[in-house]
Structures are given as structure tokens and as C-alpha cells.
Design a protein around this ligand. Structure first.
Ligand code: SF4
Length: 493
């Protein structure tokens, strides 16, 4: 039976038809971040519970777990008895092909008609086609059963009610459902270009991207987009070596599709792709331009501050705080370093407290070392500093002073060097420069799970233990950034 949750695999974390086939045929290849998934589910359930408590007395159908027909029968009984609010009722289409368990089926006492209400963790459903289609499915199945047009509503993760919600109609829902069913039953895995940003958060990344990297697929060349991959495949070009064999001149002029437009690989892009491919084939780097170090600094000059933040990324997770970790390490002229990791306390004062501690710490560092460069990786830190100044002010102008001294390592790499890496993210570059971490598990979602565990710790000992793990992770992020900075000084200056 096809249910609303079946839409998810096609659209999340991004649109991919291959994932549908893999899920149906080789689910053992999936590598799931179970801790993160469980945390998201727990947050979702908490939001659902909070909302359900506000709607009044509810009734649930009684049936043995998994026995959908029995659940449907009992839901029909509740509907016929005009129970005002049915929680997790089971709805099945007449042909038995579609089933849905909407969160709430609510009776309007004036019209005597039921409406469907779904509770979602997402605060913004604009990029969630799977939610829209899922609600559309619940709607058309409900209409078959109830016999009248049914209003649908969504309660979002921040408590907003979208009513009525304009759900896709039956034909749209069935078209996508049939597409998914068709993909599941294909004999062979569908051909689908991989891509670093497309695949990095997908549970099949190790399998798909790993295989593509091993085969030196053109999909793994930074700068090649999906439309170009199809065009190059049509030209018989499948791997790095074939790009080199094709030659830079023949790369120019290859036409590819981008959205509804046809474009050509021009000399600038073609040149970049060719140089990137050469680096991959040779496993070496290529200097593009002279490096510009932080103002007034020469190779080897210290002190510098390495700066990295961690924030919650998904508003839906309702951590109360956004930036939960402000990581700083000051590298001194004698090569030693001073670590200052600020962990925002949980709760609704956490954001302001974390920011205050960050300003105090940076104020102290400036007082001791003057205007030293603040090295960070990508524009993310600047954006957050701007947000926090706007939200909580800038005591003694320290935030502005930090901004004035910030120096973006990521920008510098893009401007000065080509590296033999699949992506120019820190985690890939640090591996290339030979940096090794001590923790096996790390990354943005790992640290979010840990912060959540810290916020919900039952006692101080547990909280301290988790805090130390988070601090180690952050310290290693900072040292990885420093290792990349040093590599640039030694190899590009
Ligand atoms: S790893 Fe990439 S290609 Fe493979 S299923 Fe996931 S998104 Fe699709």
C-alpha cells in the first residue's frame, strides 16, 4: 500500500530517482545516521504531542500494530459515531492501493464535516514537495471515504496553522506515486549522475559517490554540473582520463542543458574543468595566483586566531539557540595554542549568553595581542556575526572589530590553488593536507546530536562528559583549519 511517507525518499535530502531503486532493491547499502534520525523523530513527536494537547479530547482507533485494515475499520466506526477529534485515524482508498494516517481528523460542529490536519516538524514547507504530496494523498483518500470535498490544514514546527492548505490534486499525487512504483520495479539501477553536494547527505553516498570516485567518474570533478555530465556521456566521455584525452580545445563548445536553456562550455569554464581534472589525474595541486595573506602578515607570522562556529542548521529542531558553539584557538608565535571554546547554555537565554561570552573572549584576545587576523573557513561566520550584532548588539564594538580582522581561508584557496579533491569543503581539504582527527565520529549532524544530548543531560557528570567530546570536535576543526593555513603558507607562498 502506497503511503505519504513513500514520497520522502524521492525528495529528501534532494531529488534522486536512483535512491528509490536502491531503497527497494539494495537497502543494505544505506548508511544511516541513526542518532540524528532518532533525534529528529523525537523532536517531531514532541511537537506533535504539544499541539495535540491543545486541541481537546482525542480518540484513537484501536487495532493491532501494522494491521491497517483493522485500523481502517475502527476509524470508520469513529467517523460514523461523529467523534469530534480522531488522532492517527487510518484511511484506505477504495482500490486498496493508497493508505494514510493523518495526525488529526477534526469535525466541524457547524458543518458536521471532517477536515484533515497534519502536524509537521518543518517550519517552512516551501521546499518540501513530499509534504505537499503526502497531504494531497490524505486528502483524496479522505474525500473518497467521506464523500465530500475535504479541507486540509498543516500545523508547522513553529506552531503556525496553514488553513486551508492547497494540496496537490489526485492526478498529481497519483502521477508521482506511479513514478515511484515504476522506479522501484525497474530491472536495473537507473543511471543518475552523482554530485558532491547532491550526495553528501544521502544514505547511499558511500555506495554511489564512492563507486564514482573509484571509477574516476567525470561526476566527481568539481565544476562539472549535472547537465554537463549528460552531455559528456553522450560524447563518450565518462572518466577523468577521457577528459584529458579529449583535450581542452574539444571541451570548449560542448553544449549542455541547464534548466530550460541550452548552454555551451566556454573557454573559462572549460579551462577550469581541464585543470581540475589534471590535478585529479596527477594527484597534485596547481597554483593559480599569488596568495594574499592577512593584511600586514608574511609567511609564518603569528599570532593568529582560528575561528569556527557550529549552529543548528535546521530551525525545525527547536534548540532555542542558533549558534551553540563559538570556537576560537589563538596560535602564538612560539607555536603553542590557546583554546577557547564557548558552548552556549541551553534554553532561551542561551543565544544571548553565548554571544556575550564570545565578545568577552575576543575582547580579551584583542587586548592581549592587538589586531591579529581572525582566520575562518567560508562566509558563514561573517553572516552569523552580523546576525548576532543585529539581535543582541555589539558591546564595546568587539563584533565589528572581529569582522574587520576576519580573513576567509576558503576564499583564498578558491582564488589561489586547484586541489585534487572532490569538493573544496574543509573536511576534504584537511585530508589532502594530511590532517588526521582523533575522533572517529564527527561532523555537523554529529555535533548537533551531541549538543542535544548535552541540553537534555540528566546530571552534571554526563553533561561535562558530552561537553568535552563537543570541545574535542571543535578543537580538531580549528586545528584542521590551521593545518590548511600552514599548508598554504608552505606550498603557495
Ligand atoms: S548518493 Fe546520490 S545518486 Fe546515490 S541515491 Fe543518493 S542522491 Fe542519489
Amino acid at each position: 500500500m502506497f503511503s505519504p511517507s513513500d514520497f520522502r525518499e524521492l525528495f529528501q535530502p534532494n531529488y534522486c530517482e536512483r535512491r528509490i531503486w536502491l531503497n527497494a532493491n539494495c537497502p543494505e547499502l544505506a548508511v544511516k545516521d541513526t542518532d540524528f534520525i532518532e533525534m529528529v523523530q523525537e523532536k517531531g513527536l514532541a511537537i506533535e504531542k504539544t499541539h495535540v494537547q491543545t486541541v481537546g479530547p482525542i480518540q484513537e482507533p484501536e487495532y493491532e500494530e501494522g494491521d491497517m485494515p483493522a485500523g481502517y475499520e475502527d476509524t470508520l466506526r469513529l467517523i460514523k459515531s461523529k467523534v469530534p477529534i480522531i488522532y492517527q485515524g487510518v484511511l484506505i482508498s477504495k482500490d486498496g492501493q493508497f493508505g494514510a494516517i493523518p495526525d488529526l481528523i477534526i469535525l466541524n460542529s457547524k458543518t458536521n464535516e471532517y477536515r484533515i490536519q497534519e502536524i509537521k516538524l518543518a517550519t517552512n514547507i516551501n521546499n518540501h514537495q513530499e509534504i505537499e504530496l503526502g497531504v494531497g494523498l490524505s486528502k483524496f483518500v479522505a474525500e473518497e471515504i467521506l464523500g465530500y470535498p475535504t479541507i486540509t490544514e498543516i500545523v508547522t514546527g513553529d506552531g503556525n496553522l496553514i488553513s486551508p492548505f492547497d494540496a496537490p490534486d489526485k492526478s498529481q499525487v497519483v502521477t508521482v506515486a506511479n513514478k515511484i512504483i515504476g522506479l522501484e520495479t525497474l530491472e536495473k539501477e537507473p543511471v543518475e549522475p552523482v554530485g558532491w553536494s547532491k550526495c553528501k547527505d544521502c544514505q547511499y553516498s558511500d555506495y554511489c559517490y564512492g563507486k564514482a570516485w573509484e571509477n574516476r567518474s567525470i561526476c566527481t570533478i568539481s565544476g562539472i554540473e549535472k547537465g554537463m555530465v549528460w552531455a559528456l556521456w553522450e560524447n563518450g566521455v565518462d572518466n577523468w582520463d577521457q577528459i584529458i584525452k579529449l583535450g581542452v580545445d574539444k571541451l570548449y563548445g560542448i553544449q549542455f542543458q541547464r534548466g530550460s536553456q541550452i548552454q555551451k562550455i566556454g573557454p573559462t569554464r572549460g579551462g577550469k574543468i581541464f585543470r581540475q581534472t589534471k590535478c585529479l589525474v596527477e594527484g597534485s595541486f596547481d597554483k593559480k595566483a599569488e596568495i594574499i595573506l592577512p593584511a600586514g602578515y608574511q609567511k609564518g607570522d603569528r599570532p593568529i586566531v582560528i575561528f569556527d562556529i557550529e549552529n543548528t542548521v535546521f530551525d525545525e529542531l527547536e534548540f532555542d539557540v542558533d549558534v551553540y558553539m563559538w570556537g576560537l584557538t589563538t596560535i602564538l608565535p612560539d607555536g603553542t595554542n590557546e583554546q577557547n571554546t564557548i558552548i552556549a547554555p541551553p534554553g532561551n537565554q542561551g543565544d544571548a549568553e553565548g554571544w556575550t561570552q564570545f565578545l568577552e573572549t575576543m575582547g580579551r584576545i584583542f587586548k592581549e595581542y592587538g589586531d591579529l587576523p581572525v582566520i575562518h573557513f567560508s562566509s558563514h561566520e561573517v553572516t552569523k556575526i552580523n546576525n548576532y550584532i543585529a539581535m543582541f548588539g555589539d558591546k564595546d564594538g568587539v563584533g565589528e572589530r572581529v569582522k574587520k580582522n576576519m580573513w576567509d581561508l576558503y576564499r583564498c584557496i578558491l582564488d589561489t590553488v586547484i586541489l585534487p579533491v572532490p569538493s573544496y569543503g574543509l573536511k576534504q581539504i584537511e585530508k589532502f593536507v594530511g590532517f588526521e582527527r582523533s575522533q572517529e565520529e564527527y561532523g555537523g549532524s554529529w555535533s548537533m546530536v551531541k549538543y542535544n544530548e548535552y541540553a537534555e543531560s540528566p546530571d552534571i557528570e554526563t553533561a561535562d562528559k558530552i561537553l568535552n567530546e563537543i570541545k574535542t570536535y571543535n578543537a580538531e576543526d580549528l586545528l584542521a583549519t590551521y593545518a590548511v593555513y600552514r599548508w598554504l603558507e608552505e606550498n603557495i607562498c
